[in-house]
Design a protein around this ligand. Structure first.
Ligand code: F6R
Length: 613
């Protein structure tokens, strides 16, 4: 028997509409959370039909299309991404025991003990999953007898681990949702209710949400909602309106979400600036953030995963250079296990698009335990990091659906830059004239990105030329070393081409051995204090017959003549260079992947929101 850990999307519906159509649509929008198998359960007057399919949601849609059995206006659905436990129909959700049907996101840690007990009591298991113990447990309590809701409550208190669950039973028109350490929200529509792992799933039908907390249970009966804890004590949670709309979560004429999101960056950054900058006064502030006295902060930590970690690397450069406070950077999965030395004089900044990345959440909790002030930079309202950190600043990128992160990254850099100005001012390091000047620089960024996007065809041609290469080396220095890392990550993730990134100065300490006429070297180097040094690295590559693709703001230098290709980006100040230089790298990766015909928005083996370790 295999232990199973899953990241996935769950969704549920109760209302007057056609549940199967609504749920399949919602599930497609949750596919970024997982796409190796999917399933649906539809309730109709004392009957429940279940379908499960290996593969994408589209396979499930075809399976139930035009099947009258799947008519009804109450149901649950699930899309799965397995990290342990093979993707297969029998492991796909929903799971069922007798009359009880469950979809689940999370990990039940004590499932082996529970399964053992339930088996001894005569229950028969049909899958390898941890999830299947949940319907069995509920069903065993119902046989005692116990009412459906009480049986659920009882079962939930016996589960160890994390869960977001949607539960229905064959007999009654009732849907129950509950959560502990896995994301789950309620969409409040017009005479209809939804449960979902994430808001984009149902944004086409509502933008009003209740963000459930750990230990919350929601009961939907007769199209009414009651909220309670696992002890059946009534609880109250506000209905919050999000500014995201359904259209924002659609492709809007683009071939892929990723390219749409790359092209949305000027708007995303403008939205991230709105309301935070007062240029005339030379002030930066955040409606949602009241910083404590930061004069006692001796060390800042920035911790995240993947692309968000690259934003932290940039953050370190710009914070240290301007605030003169040491900044330590860590990958969340490393930080959480290495007993970091921090205390009340530390500020821990957690950067996360989803706000649900398990390692980053664990890092935040570790920091809190050690007495640090925790501040999250998130894109998703109501997400765990947004709720649990001591402070939060939102990136206003809008929903990011493409698995490869793009607009989240550039808005994260924007927020870190604004935070730098805000803190600089609070600490008395930056006066309002300095802040005014720095505000005027970031205000120009959306227009400059637009200029890069207007010339996207040049990058597309470059992609056509290099699409058959098997390996790439990316190099950069200072704030553009993280840009090189990000460019290589984008290429790897969506085109499956091997790419490595190095700090340019490190080349001669090893990677230079790789260089020959088959290795394209992507050099990210605007004219700044290290430009001449990087030019020397370019010479080193050229003497070894390497092929150089240069991304620079130097329109005149003779280096452009020497390299195989050069792409020009607009000039900006050092702190903001990566927001511009990363854009052609995103496009480069996108166009190569598009030419190669890979599944750009849902690359193999990846999930957008990694809610397990
Ligand atoms: C890469 C990518 C991932 C995420 C990482 C963290 O394109 O999207 O590397 O950046 O999984 O996710 P968040 O930012 O949601 O914590």
């Amino acid at each position: 028997m295999e232990e199973e850990e899953i990241v996935c999307g769950i969704v549920g519906y109760m209302g007057p509409g056609e549940a199967s159509r609504i749920l399949i649509e919602a599930l497609k929008r949750l596919e970024y959370r997982g796409y190796d198998s999917a399933g649906i359960a539809i309730w109709n007057e004392g009957k429940v039909e279940v379908a499960r399919k290996k593969g994408k949601v589209e396979e499930l849609r075809k399976e139930i299309a035009d099947n009258e059995k799947f008519q009804g206006n109450l149901g649950l659905a699930h899309t799965r991404w397995a990290t342990h436990g093979v993707p297969s129909e029998r492991n796909a959700h929903p799971h069922r025991a007798d009359d009880v049907i469950v979809v689940h996101n999370g990990i039940i840690e004590n499932y082996l003990e529970l399964k053992d007990e339930l088996r001894k009591a005569g229950q028969e298991f049909l899958s390898d999953t941890d999830t299947e113990v949940i319907p069995h447990l509920i069903s065993s309590f119902m046989r005692k007898p116990m009412a459906f809701i009480d049986a659920i409550r009882q079962a939930l208190t016996e589960l160890q681990g994390s869960f977001a669950v949607g539960i229905i039973n064959k007999k009654d028109r009732i849907m129950v949702a509950a959560k502990k350490e896995s994301p789950l929200i309620i969409g409040v529509g017009d005479g209809e209710y939804f449960i979902a792992s994430d808001a984009p799933a149902v944004l086409d039908r509502t933008n009003r949400f209740i963000f459930l907390e750990d230990g919350d249970m929601a009961v939907f009966k007769d199209n009414q909602l009651s909220l309670m804890d696992f002890q059946r004590k009534e609880i109250v949670r506000p209905v919050q309106t999000v500014s995201w709309t359904g259209v924002m979560a659609e492709k809007g004429g683009y071939k892929h979400f990723m390219v749409k999101e790359i092209f949305e960056q000027p708007r995303a950054i403008s939205d991230t600036l709105i309301g935070r900058i007062r240029e005339e006064q030379g002030e930066v502030g955040f409606e949602e953030l009241e910083l404590p006295d930061i004069s006692k902060i001796r060390k800042i930590w920035m911790v995240a995963c993947g692309t968000s970690y690259h934003a932290c690397l940039i953050g370190k450069h710009i914070f240290e250079a301007n605030l003169r406070i040491p900044v330590e950077i860590d990958i969340a999965s490393e930080f959480r296990y290495r007993d970091p030395i921090m205390g009340a004089d530390s500020m821990l900044i957690l950067v996360s698009q989803s706000g649900e990345t398990a390692d980053t959440i664990a890092a935040m909790r570790e920091g809190k335990k050690k007495g640090a002030y925790t501040l999250s930079v998130c894109n998703v309202l109501g997400s765990t990091l947004a709720r649990e950190a001591d402070g939060v600043v939102f990136t206003h990128a809008g929903p990011e659906i493409g698995v490869a992160s793009t607009k989240a990254f550039t808005t994260q850099i924007s927020v870190l830059y604004l935070l730098l100005l805000h803190m600089g001012q609070k600490l008395g390091i930056m006066d309002s004239d300095t802040v005014r000047d720095l505000i005027s620089e970031i205000k120009k960024i959306p227009r400059k990105i637009q200029k890069i996007l207007d010339d996207a065809h040049a990058v597309e041609e470059l992609a056509r030329k290099y699409m058959t290469c098997k390996d790439f080396l990316f190099i950069g220095r200072g704030v553009n070393f993280p840009t090189a890392l990000e460019g290589a990550l984008k290429l790897k993730e969506i085109s499956y081409i091997h790419a490595e990134a190095y700090a340019a100065g490190e080349m001669k300490h090893g990677p230079i051995a790789l260089i020959d006429e088959n290795l394209p070297v992507v050099v990210v180097s605007p004219v700044d204090q290290t430009y001449q040094k990087t030019c020397s690295n370019i010479e080193e590559v050229l003497t070894r017959r390497g092929r150089v693709i240069l991304f620079t703001d130097d329109a005149s230098h003779d280096m452009r003549q020497k390299v195989e290709n050069a792409i020009t980006v607009p000039e900006t100040i050092y702190e903001l260079e990566p927001i511009l230089t990363v854009v052609p790298l995103q496009l480069f990766a996108y166009y190569i992947a598009n030419f190669l015909g890979t599944d750009v928005d849902q690359p193999r083996n990846l999930a957008k929101s990694v809610t397990v370790e």
